[in-house]
Design a protein. Structure first.
Length: 276
């Protein structure tokens, strides 16, 4: 029988579109995982500065100094920073941490399965102590840890073509909520525009524009769930040129308008992301 335990203390999603700072210097008593999903921020750990962008994972252990700084938004008033985070502890986590060396910050991208594990754990935690399932929460946390190791390993063991495709993907993930041009993504990956377009489609079976729209819709869903922003502000902060365009794309993907979606959530949540 497995006697090793885990405990999820805090698990949530954080979004900042204004300047923000969080200092836990000398106070970190548990393990901290933080996945940057949008925008960027600065993290200071043991007097070292790390610039985190979309797809970067932060892993900290008890005793680490931790200082987070979210810069002022861009002049356009766009997104500043968004992330999933969790504080955890337990004998299983301690053993997992000792299995191998992991960098303080690793670029792993935004894998749908990893984010799904994180989101399910978040929702389970929000049920509260009277309704949450401790066994399920334990399984989700263990799965997340193991999936993190796979993501780190796969990111290291990639050939040149895969690496270039990943660079394109990450550029889009970082810039999807602001205006960008495809040739900018191509230059970032060191490719011609035609090669970038073909390579991305070969690896991800969708165009770069389609992927950018997918990210923008996911970002919009997060804001609709967890913020009090107006739909117009959500459309702007997620990179849509206008609310009418956001309305049209949202309806095309989900079959309802943004306003209808918000209204439906007051009665019964719908599994939105499976339709993106």
């Amino acid at each position: 029988m497995d006697t090793l335990e885990t405990s999820v203390l805090i698990c949530d999603y954080s979004y900042h579109y204004k300047a923000f700072t969080h200092n836990m210097k000398g106070e970190l008593q548990t393990y901290l995982f933080r996945l940057q999903t949008e925008g960027s921020c600065k993290v200071y750990v043991q007097d070292k500065e790390f610039r985190m962008t979309s797809g970067d994972l932060l892993l900290l252990k008890p005793g680490d100094d931790y200082h987070l700084v979210v810069d002022e938004p861009h002049k356009e008033g766009r997104l500043s920073s968004g992330d999933y985070y969790l504080f955890c502890e337990g004998s299983w986590i301690e053993n997992w941490w000792k299995r191998q060396h992991r960098s303080t910050v690793s670029r792993i991208g935004l894998d749908d399965k990893l984010i799904s594990l994180w989101r399910n754990m978040l929702l389970e935690k929000r049920r509260g102590p009277l309704e949450e399932n401790a066994e399920l929460k334990d399984a989700l946390l263990r799965g997340l840890c193991l999936y993190i190791d796979r993501a780190i390993k796969e990111n290291i063991q990639t050939d040149r073509a895969v690496s270039s495709a990943l660079k394109l993907k990450r550029f889009i993930e970082e810039h999807a909520t602001v205006t960008f041009k495809l040739d900018e993504a191509a230059r970032y990956a060191g490719l011609s525009l035609s090669r970038a377009v073909r390579l991305f489609k070969e690896h991800y079976n969708q165009t770069m524009i389609q992927y950018a729209i997918e990210i923008r819709l996911n970002a919009a869903l997060e804001r609709m769930k967890y913020s009090e922003m107006t739909l117009e502000h959500i459309a702007e902060s997620c990179g849509f040129a206008s609310y009418s365009y956001f309305h049209r794309v949202f309806r095309a993907h989900f079959g309802v308008s943004p306003a209808e979606y918000l209204k439906s959530r007051q009665h019964e949540p719908i599994d939105d992301l499976e339709h993106v």
